[in-house]
Design a protein around this ligand. Structure first.
Ligand code: SF4
Length: 654
C-alpha cells in the first residue's frame, strides 16, 4: 500500500517536479542536501549538466552513484582567474574525472572552414564562452597544478579519439596521445561505464594509480621496462610518434591497426613510443550485455537540464529530449565516422522492456505532445543484428560488416526492430514515433538467403515510410561517384536510386506526399572537382535542390582523416588525392548549388579549368552564361520556360 508521502513523490515525478537533490550535486550546498561531506569522485564536464542518458557526465555519475560512490559534477567550470570552480568541492577521495563533452571540443566549436559555429549546442543558450578549446587538456593542467597527488582520469570522445598519435585539423599537425599534453594519469576510451566503475573499485582497494595497468579499455603511459608483462608477441607495436612526424606513410599504417583493434572481439594490445615512454592501449571490454545496457539507461535520471539552467535553452537537449536510443555500436564502418573507433562494430541492444520504460517516462513529460522525435541509435536499423556464426565474428578483423559487401554471416533480420516499433506505438500517449537516425537502405535492399529476412525488410521499409517519417526522410548516400563511395565505405549510388524508386512508389500507393532528403559530402579524400560536377548533374536529373550538404571535416581518428592528412589509404597504402586548400574545397562545394544563379559563372569557369567543358552542356543544357548575367540559349530548365527560374521559384523548390 502506498503512503501519502510516496504518492506525493510520485506526483512530483510525474509532473517533472524534481527536487534539487534528485540531480547529482554540482555545489557544496547540493552535496549537503544529500548529507555528503566528502566526495569519492568529482567530474569536470565541458558540456552543461543535463541529467539524461545521452549525456556522458550524467551516465558516468549515475553509474558510480548506483554502486554507492559519492559523485559530483562541476559543469563548465570557469578556467580563468583563481580557478574557484576547481576548488569549490575540494579534493575527492578517489579521483577527478574529465568529461570533455559529447563531441570533440574543436568539432563542436568550428565548421569545416574553421569558422566559428553559430552556437555551442551543449551550452546554455548556445553560448560559446562556457568552455575552452581542448577542455581535456585545460582542465587537467589546472587540476594537476592544484592537486598534483590526485589521479585524473580522462573520458569522453575527445580523449577517446586522441588516445594515440592523431591528426588535428585545427592545428594542422600530428598530436601525441593526449596523456602527454594534459598530464592526466589514464584514459578511459569508448563507452565508459564499466571501465570507470572498475577504476573506482581498484582505487578504493588502496591501489595507486601508477600501478593500475590491468583494466581493459584504458590507456596509460609507462617506461619500456614497466610495460605490464613486457612486450610480447601478441602486442602490436605501432610506429612511434617521432616516426609518424617524419613519415606520413607510417601514420597511415598505424591507423589500420588502431581501427582493426577497435573492432575486434578479441583485440590485441597496442603500444606506441612517445616522449621516451610507451602509450599502452589495453584491449576493450567485450560489448555490453543487454542487462548491463538496460542498467545504464534505467538509472534515476531526471531527464532534465540541472535547475541552474532554468529558462535557458540547451540546443542539443531540445533536440533529443523526446527521443530514445535503443542500441549502441555500428557495423557500417563509414570511413569518416568516429563510432567504429569509439563504440566498435558489435551491436549492444537494450531490452524491449527498458525501451518501453523510457518511452513511458517521456509520455509523462509536460511538454510531450505525443510525437517521439527518434527511436534509433548510431544508425536507425541495426537493432538486434549480429553474425549468425558468432565464432566467425570472434575471429573477424573487418571494420565493417556491410562494406564492401554485406557479410554472408550477418543476420539482417529487422523483426526485433519492428517489434520495438509496434510496442512503442501501442503505448497510450504516443501518436507517432519518428525515425530520425540514419537509415541504412543497403540493409533494406539486401537479398539474404533467408526469405523471412527479405520479407521482413520489405515490411519494415513500408512501415518506415508510411508510419515513421515526418514528411521528409533523411538518408545519406554521401556521394554519387562509386569510386569516392568506396573510399567512404558507403554503398553504390545505384542502391540509393533503387531505394528512392521504392520510396516514391510507396508514397504514391499510400497517397502520401513525402520527400527524400539526401545528404552529401564534398572534398572527401579521393573526390575531385570532376566528381562533384557529375554529382551536380546526377542530382539535377533527380530533381534535387540540395540542402543537407557538408564539406568534409577531418575529425580526429577516422580513416578518412588519416587518408586526408597522410595522402595514403591506410589499408592499401595507395596514394589518395584530397582537396585541401580553401580554394579547392570551395571549388568542390559550389557544385552542390548548381541551381543558384550566383554560382553558375564560377562553375563554368571551374569546368573549363579542369578540361571538362563538356559537362557545362550537361549541367546547363546548352545555356551559356556570360559575365553580364545574360543568357544565350533557351531551355535552361527542362519543363519550364526558357531562362532561370524566378527568385520565388527557387524558394518554393528549396
Ligand atoms: S563475420 Fe561478418 S557478421 Fe561477423 S563480425 Fe565479421 S563481418 Fe560482421
Amino acid at each position: 500500500m502506498s503512503t501519502g508521502k510516496t504518492r506525493t513523490k510520485k506526483k512530483m515525478v510525474e509532473n517533472n517536479n524534481y527536487k534539487l537533490s534528485d540531480f547529482l550535486p554540482t555545489t557544496k550546498k547540493e552535496c549537503e542536501l544529500r548529507g555528503w561531506d566528502t566526495l569519492d569522485v568529482i567530474l569536470f564536464s565541458g558540456d552543461a549538466y543535463v541529467d539524461h542518458p545521452s549525456f556522458g557526465a550524467a551516465v558516468i555519475g549515475r553509474t558510480l552513484e548506483a554502486s554507492g560512490y559519492r559523485v559530483a559534477i562541476v559543469p563548465q567550470p570557469d578556467w580563468h582567474g583563481d580557478f574557484r570552480d576547481f576548488k569549490k568541492l575540494g579534493r575527492p577521495r578517489l579521483f577527478f574525472g574529465i568529461a570533455p563533452g559529447c563531441m570533440d571540443s574543436m568539432v563542436n566549436k568550428y565548421t569545416a572552414n574553421r569558422r566559428l559555429r553559430s552556437e555551442d549546442a551543449y551550452s546554455p543558450d548556445g553560448r560559446h564562452d562556457c568552455r575552452p578549446e581542448y577542455p581535456t587538456i585545460v582542465y587537467t593542467r589546472i587540476l594537476k597544478q592544484l592537486y598534483p597527488d590526485v589521479p585524473v582520469a580522462l573520458g569522453g570522445i575527445e580523449a577517446s579519439l586522441r588516445r594515440l598519435t592523431h591528426y588535428d585539423y585545427w592545428q594542422d599537425k600530428l598530436m601525441k596521445c593526449i596523456l602527454c599534453d594534459s598530464g592526466a594519469d589514464i584514459i578511459i576510451y569508448g563507452m565508459g561505464e564499466k571501465v570507470t566503475l572498475r577504476l573506482c573499485q581498484e582505487l578504493d582497494k588502496g591501489r595507486s594509480i601508477d600501478t593500475i595497468h590491468d583494466i581493459p579499455q584504458t590507456v596509460f603511459l609507462v617506461d619500456k621496462n614497466d610495460i605490464p608483462g613486457g612486450i610480447n608477441e601478441n602486442d602490436i607495436i605501432l610506429h612511434s610518434h617521432e616516426t609518424c612526424l617524419r613519415n606520413k606513410r607510417a601514420q597511415a599504417e598505424n591507423f589500420r591497426h588502431i581501427e582493426e583493434e577497435s573492432n575486434k572481439m578479441h583485440a590485441q594490445r597496442l603500444l606506441q613510443e612517445v616522449d621516451g615512454k610507451y602509450a599502452v592501449v589495453n584491449p576493450p571490454f567485450p560489448p555490453m550485455t543487454t542487462e548491463e545496457l538496460d542498467a545504464s539507461f534505467d538509472y534515476p535520471y531526471t531527464r532534465l537540464p540541472h535547475p541552474k539552467y532554468k529558462n535557458k535553452r540547451i540546443p542539443a537537449y531540445e533536440m533529443i529530449k523526446h527521443s530514445v536510443n535503443i542500441h549502441r555500436g555500428c557495423f557500417g564502418g563509414c570511413a569518416f565516422c568516429t563510432i567504429s573507433a569509439h563504440q566498435g562494430k558489435f551491436i549492444s541492444c537494450r531490452s524491449k522492456e527498458s525501451i518501453l520504460r523510457e518511452v513511458r517516462k517521456i509520455v509523462k513529460m509536460p511538454d510531450f505532445k505525443g510525437y517521439l522525435s527518434d527511436l534509433g541509435g548510431p544508425s536507425a536499423n541495426m537493432y538486434g543484428m549480429h553474425g549468425n556464426n558468432l565464432k566467425a565474428c570472434e575471429r573477424c578483423k573487418r571494420p565493417s560488416c556491410i562494406n564492401p559487401e554485406i557479410c554472408p554471416n550477418l543476420n539482417t533480420d529487422h523483426s526485433k526492430l519492428l517489434e520495438i516499433y509496434h510496442a512503442v506505438d501501442a503505448i497510450p500517449g504516443i501518436k507517432k514515433s519518428f525515425i530520425g537516425s540514419g537509415v541504412r537502405y543497403d540493409l533494406l535492399l539486401h537479398k539474404s538467403k533467408d526469405e523471412h529476412s527479405n520479407h521482413v525488410a520489405q515490411q519494415y521499409t513500408r512501415e518506415l515510410i508510411t508510419r515513421h517519417v515526418s514528411g521528409r526522410l533523411k538518408v545519406a548516400p554521401e556521394h554519387t561517384s562509386d569510386r569516392v563511395l568506396a573510399l567512404m565505405r558507403k554503398p553504390s549510388f545505384r542502391l540509393f536510386n533503387e531505394f528512392k524508386s521504392i520510396f516514391d512508389r510507396i508514397n504514391r500507393e499510400e497517397g502520401l506526399n513525402q520527400q527524400i532528403i539526401p545528404y552529401f559530402i564534398s572534398s572527401h579524400p579521393g573526390c575531385h572537382a570532376e566528381d562533384m560536377a557529375e554529382l551536380a548533374i546526377i542530382t539535377k536529373q533527380l530533381d534535387f535542390h540540395l540542402e543537407q550538404v557538408q564539406d568534409f571535416t577531418p575529425t580526429p581518428m577516422t580513416v578518412s582523416t588519416e587518408t586526408w592528412y597522410t595522402g595514403y589509404d591506410p589499408y592499401t597504402l595507395e596514394p589518395v588525392y584530397s582537396a585541401k586548400t580553401p580554394r579547392d574545397k570551395l571549388a568542390q562545394r559550389m557544385f552542390f548549388f548548381w541551381y543558384k544563379p550566383e554560382e553558375r559563372m564560377n562553375i563554368e569557369r571551374e569546368l573549363k579549368r579542369i578540361g571538362r567543358s563538356d559537362l557545362i552542356h550537361k549541367l546547363y543544357n546548352g545555356v551559356r552564361y556570360s559575365a553580364d548575367n545574360s543568357r544565350s540559349s533557351k531551355n535552361a530548365y527542362p519543363g519550364k520556360k526558357a531562362g532561370y527560374p524566378k527568385k520565388k521559384e527557387y524558394k518554393r523548390k528549396k
